[in-house]
Design a protein around this ligand. Structure first.
Ligand code: ADP
Ligand code: MG
Length: 683
């Protein structure tokens, strides 16, 4: 039902509500108060103290208006209740005075008490005349305070919501009674009424909980149904076994950590089943996800299938290519590289190797999902650093698969569980919660730009001892071109200045793939001492001998990026260093830099990041749809989310497709939410 049909709102009211993004009755009723003002207790004027929010009742004693300067007017009045008198003050509201003058009886006011020039006063109180015989209950209640936009007064919204509440029964209550009972939820109509017109704050809380629950529940149902459906689709049952993991271990000449072994087991269990795997692999920067992916890839190859590994940047794809190539050579697997900026011949060769099945593994960027790329027999899709991709690209790559390929999504962004459940709620979760042995925490320092000389003095010392260093240039712009220029300038300056005499290389996004590859290789082979770079090295670059990370103008970077950048060092056993050079331009910046100095724990950093930026920002607009909750807040309502998820999973287990007649309304709701998930995918 559109709001314009609500009695008392009509087309003119609908126009006003449109400013708040409200079109339907449902929109209106789910436009929840930001907070409440408890006006339910009248106070005597004599008892009030500065700072308190109070509701008072009394007679006006004096009303006057002054215009000390041009347009500026002050209206003052006093109100007296027998116990005392308090001042009321309004600024620039000329219309107040004539209205106040008309009042003959008592008046009710609500507002915060301040210490004024002549004793206590209330600035811009809410007020209304008390009708004769009325006791003021209508005003002196718990009043909702709505989020506002310019041009829509609080009183107007309150009135419209009131009108809307008359139609509350028109909104279908889709939560099955059994679940409502079990989860302690009040009916929808009750909840809507009491979230807007509570008689106590506890009641408002109960009402809101129900609405939040419903929102989470519906999304979790959509995710759970998607997961259940995947689980029944037919997929490939790969031959798996611990000896495959041991082969990878031997080829890499490392001992897998307990966590790596455990997650490989989880992955193998999925891969061995005749249904598609949909698993998320979470592990902090440097936790060794690549070897886990390699173990999965090896299993696919040994079962006669191909694997694809998709990375978000060319540098990272190239890096994976180099690593896997080295690792798999001994195991007899051939790896092909597919990236955007390849030469035609190179590209044609790679395409051919993938199409004929000569290549067991294709590593690449989103170039992998282009039409020209066809696989011989793609059985496993691995997506690295998934949140950089739209889920749509994941799906596109999967469609190139042989039947329903297995999918493994890897992410280095450790995120709080409530977010994982929301963004990746349709995936099974594996977590690497252990770092390879011998890692030492990176020592991190924050230096001001004025201390730069001494920083580079330290760098020179470490370089002369055989260390290698990255210098990341300031994030001066979103534009790759501008960044490339900035990196080039920094490179020139350092090469001929602070780092003169050392072998300095340059890496940025505008370079040709071959050039980047050559530079990376030179750095890896210790033919370069220093790599000056833009954030193209942000993800995945792995040179264990690099011990020093200098980030110029670190104040311009977000926490997640700083953590990723810092993760490029500290990969060998030696003590590594990270220096953040930057001014504390504002409290938020200072907070970020301090967090970086205090901890290297990706999980803590992610939580802090979330606190500072909020989930929408953190994941970029791509994933934003998943956070467009109307009433729920992923961070604040984590407990309700867990309950709603459990209820949703129980329901999916009992009625996987919501086919029972009593779930029809719910099913329709979930379909709407699924559409939202799809929208999330598209960017
Ligand atoms: P990430 O999880 O960030 O992708 P990588 O897979 O790049 O991490 O691994 C980081 C570094 O740790 C690499 O140099 C890798 O060879 C090394 N590594 C991985 N697993 C182990 C292990 N079990 N023991 C020792 N080093 C390991
Ligand atoms: Mg990685």
């Amino acid at each position: 039902m559109e709001v314009q049909y609500v009695k008392g709102i009509g087309p003119p009211g609908a126009k006003v509500l449109a400013k708040l993004g409200i079109a339907s009755l449902e929109d209106l009723l789910l436009y929840l108060p930001r907070r409440y003002e408890d006006r339910s207790n009248f106070r005597t004027i004599a008892s009030v103290r500065a700072g308190e929010f109070v509701t008072l009742k009394g007679r006006l004693v004096a009303v006057e208006s002054k215009a000390p300067r041009g347009n500026f007017t002050i209206t003052r009045a006093g109100i007296s209740d027998g116990s005392g008198t308090i001042g009321l003050v309004w600024f620039n509201q000329r219309w107040i005075r004539p209205r106040l003058s008309k009042i003959t009886g008592e008046i009710i006011v609500y507002g915060q008490v301040k210490e004024g020039q002549w004793g206590y006063e209330i600035n811009s109180p809410e007020w209304e005349p008390l009708a004769p015989e009325a006791d003021g209950e209508e005003f002196a209640r718990i009043v909702p305070v709505y989020p506002l936009v310019e041009g829509v007064p609080q009183k107007t919204i309150r009135r419209f919501v009131e009108r809307g509440l008359a139609y509350v029964d028109k909104i279908e209550d889709v939560i099955p009674p059994g679940i409502a009972r079990k989860s302690g939820l009040r009916p929808l109509a009750w909840s809507l009424q009491h979230v807007h017109r509570p008689t106590s704050l506890e009641e408002a809380e109960t009402a809101k909980r129900r609405l939040v629950f419903e929102e989470f529940f519906s999304l979790q149902l959509a995710l759970g149904m998607r997961h259940a459906e995947e689980g029944t689709r037919s997929g490939i049952a790969f031959r798996v076994g611990p000896e495959l993991a041991s082969e990878v271990e031997a080829a890499a000449s490392v001992v897998l950590t307990g966590a790596q072994r455990r997650v490989i087991e989880e992955i193998y269990r999925d891969m061995g089943r005749p249904h598609p795997m949909n698993r998320l692999l979470q592990g902090d920067v440097g936790s060794g996800k690549t070897l886990v992916a390699a173990a999965a890839i090896l299993a696919a190859a040994r079962s006669g299938y191909q694997a694809a590994l998709m990375a978000p940047t060319e540098i990272l794809a190239e890096q994976h290519y180099v690593n896997l190539h080295r690792l798999f050579e001994a195991l007899g697997l051939k790896v092909a590289l597919l990236v955007g900026k390849q030469g035609k011949r190179e590209r044609d060769n790679a395409n051919k190797a993938v199409a004929t099945g000569e290549a067991h593994v294709a590593v690449g960027t989103h170039a992998l999902v282009q039409e020209a790329v066809t696989f011989h027999k793609l059985g496993l899709v691995v997506v690295d650093e998934q949140h950089k991709f739209g889920v749509l690209q994941r799906a596109a790559l999967r469609r190139k698969g042989f039947g329903n390929p297995d999918v493994l999504v890897m992410t280095a962004t450790p995120i709080p569980r409530s977010l994982t459940l929301t963004v990746y709620g349709d995936l099974d979760l594996s977590v690497i919660d252990e770092m390879p042995p011998g890692r030492r925490p990176i020592r991190t320092h924050w230096k001001l730009p004025s201390e730069r000389d001494s920083v580079y003095e330290g760098v020179r010392k470490l370089l002369s001892e055989g260390a290698q260093a990255y210098v990341v240039c300031p994030l001066v712009s979103e534009s790759e071109k501008v960044l490339a220029q900035a990196a080039t300038e920094l490179y020139d300056r350092l090469k001929h200045g602070a780092l003169e005499g050392f072998r300095v290389g340059l890496l940025h996004g505008q370079q040709k793939a071959a050039e980047k590859e050559a530079t990376m290789l030179a750095f890896r082979n210790k033919e370069l001492d220093v790599l000056v770079s833009t954030t193209v090295i942000e993800v995945g670059v792995d040179v264990p001998n690099a011990k020093v990370m200098i980030i110029e103008d670190a104040n311009r970077y977000g926490l997640a990026q700083l953590h990723q950048l810092r993760g490029r060092v500290g990969r060998g056993g030696a003590q590594s260093y990270c220096v953040l050079i930057g001014a504390a331009t504002n409290p938020e910046t200072e907070e970020r830099l301090r967090v970086m100095v205090e901890t290297t724990d990706g999980f803590k950093i992610a939580e802090k990041d979330l606190e500072i930026r909020g989930p929408g920002e953190m994941f970029g607009t791509r994933q934003h749809g998943a956070f467009e909750f109307r009433v729920a807040d992923v961070l604040r309502h984590g407990r309700i989310l867990e309950e709603a998820r459990q209820a949703a999973l129980d329901l999916v287990a009992a009625d996987p497709k919501l086919e029972k007649p009593e779930h029809a309304g719910l099913k329709a709701r979930v379909e709407t939410d699924s559409a939202r998930l799809v929208r999330t995918d598209i960017t």
